[in-house]
Ligand binder design. Structure first.
Ligand code: 86X
Ligand code: MG
Length: 485
């Protein structure tokens, strides 16, 4: 039947699994950790691509496509960078009944696939910067609880891999890409994120430093890495001999970055904005921004109503809006209202006999349920305005809720209380790795340990003499901590 069985604030995990299926974004698949992405979710992926791809092209990044498969020898080349990951590498060992001579890995990420060729292609400084991206799938055979969009064994992402002659160029691009990721979350998904730097313990071990945009899920009190932009330094240049001759014919190693966002973005959007009626889609990424529904009454001019629905679709579509009509005659208006609310369509436009007579439509907002009658002749401008207002309202509500979950602490006791209260905790830290490991050890439990999420670029005042919340040593920075996905 219609409507969700589970409530978001009572059974979050079950609510989430039900919403992604009932909104027709996901179909569960017979291989654990793998999901079918139906058109309703791929449309969101495409709308994010429609923003991001032109932006990176403006930065002279070119799209390429590298093989899905990695030879064992090349993968092993990066021993320390993959040692922790080895258990999640998927291997092809047979074709048909025949064992392969040498097993072949399925890419979990593409450094080892791409960089031998970066070494071949980059000879002189005129070959730099080399900036390639690929839109693809990757496979990581994770064992921790699979969650659609958030943690799956195969997922879609873009991975950018760039090489520069100087560190300054690399440092600059890391932040340019991070700003695009902030825009994806805040300007398209209406989700507030925090830009920051990962600790040495949490960063990508193969790189020099990692920056990220961090989101937060109030219902579970867990932080979640929204996207990541690494500076790899010259680590991979050393490993794969990626060198270039500069103007004075010196052989120098390149400076590299790599950066990614994935279909995890969609899961964060569901978790942050969804409610007990289903999905709530931010207008800029919604496959359908407004659904037009006829409300016939007995035989009062039914054809007129249907014509008005179709012309409303044409009018709004011509203005560049993504609008459809649900003219199916085997479903009642009430059924359609619930169906499209479940799918999270930002606006519903109802047209009944009265509306027809008054040359107006009834517009109903998905985010707050508010209704208003709008004259047909300024419908385009009004609908555009309302959709913008829905985005702002979704963002402001999510930001207020996220800010309510942030707790600033100074002592361990305050930290422990805040962690128990499912907060994202801002604490002064001495920046020592041993202390960070100690925090993880002291907070271990079935809910998972607390970890550092990021050191925000936007640092609050750190008065002289402020002590680290965990070690009591002189604090060097404010860092966000919390449980995470
Ligand atoms: O996060 C990004 C941006 C896009 C390109 N890659 C980097 C680093 C990826 C880290 N990472 C993440 N997961 C991995 C899983 C694995 F099985 C293996 Cl072998 C390696 C890795 C691994 O290196
Ligand atoms: Mg992983």
């Amino acid at each position: 039947g219609l409507g969700l069985t589970y409530k978001k604030d009572e059974n979050f995990g079950e609510w989430y699994s039900e919403v992604v299926v009932s909104s027709e974004m996901i179909e569960y698949y017979d291989i654990s950790g793998c999901y079918i992405l139906r058109p309703w979710s791929i449309a969101i992926w495409e709308n994010l691509h429609a923003f991001f791809d032109p932006e990176i092209k403006r930065m002279n990044v070119k799209n390429a496509y590298f093989p899905l498969f990695v030879s064992d020898s090349v993968l092993q080349k990066e021993k320390d960078h993959i040692e922790g990951f080895a258990p999640e590498v998927a291997w092809v060992t047979k074709s048909g009944k025949t064992e392969l001579e040498v097993p072949i890995a399925v890419r979990p990420t593409s450094e080892t696939v791409m960089y031998p060729y970066y070494s071949k292609w980059i000879r002189g400084h005129r070959d730099l910067p080399l900036r390639l991206n690929q839109w693809c799938n990757v496979v990581r055979w994770e064992f921790s609880n699979p969650t659609p969009f958030i943690r799956s064994r195969e997922f879609l992402w873009q991975e950018g891999h760039t090489a520069f002659a100087t560190k300054d160029e690399a440092d600059q691009e890391v932040l340019e890409i991070l700003e695009l990721y902030r825009r994806i979350y805040e300007e398209y998904l209406a989700i507030p994120v925090i830009k920051g730097k990962k600790s040495e313990l949490e960063k990508f071990a193969g790189g020099l430093y990692t920056t990220s945009v961090e989101a937060f899920i109030p219902n579970t009190g867990r932080g979640i890495q929204g996207a990541t932009s690494h500076c790899l330094g010259q680590n991979f240049a050393k490993m794969f001999q990626i060198t270039f001759e500069n103007e004075s014919r010196e052989k120098l190693m390149v400076w590299q970055n790599s950066w990614a966002y994935s279909t995890r973005t969609i899961g964060v959007m569901v978790m942050v904005h969804g409610d007990d009626k289903g999905l709530v889609l931010p207008p800029k990424v919604a496959a359908v921004q407004a659904i037009v529904i006829p409300v016939p009454y007995k035989d009062a001019d039914t054809q007129g109503i249907f014509n008005a629905c179709s012309s409303t679709v044409s009018l709004l579509s011509a203005a560049g809006l993504r609008v459809e009509a649900d003219l199916r005659d085997n479903y009642s208006p009430g059924w359609k209202y619930s169906h499209w609310e479940m799918k999270g369509v930002p606006l519903r436009i109802e047209i009944g006999p009265k509306d027809l007579a008054n040359k107006q439509v009834r517009v109903v907002r998905r985010d707050d349920g508010s209704k208003q009658d709008i004259a047909m002749d300024n419908l385009v401008e009004q609908v555009k305005k309302i959709l913008e207002n829905i985005h702002e309202s979704l963002f402001n509500k999510a930001k207020e809720k996220r800010d309510d979950c942030i707790q600033k602490v100074h002592t361990w006791d305050e930290f422990a209380v805040a962690l128990n209260d499912k907060k994202m905790i801002l604490a002064p830290w001495c920046d020592e790795e041993e202390v960070e490991k100690d925090v993880k050890a002291r907070t271990k439990g079935e809910m998972g340990a607390a970890k550092s999420l990021c050191t925000p670029f936007d640092q609050p005042e750190l008065p002289e003499g402020t002590l680290c919340f965990a070690s009591g040593k002189p604090a060097k920075k404010w860092t966000y901590w919390g449980r995470s996905y």
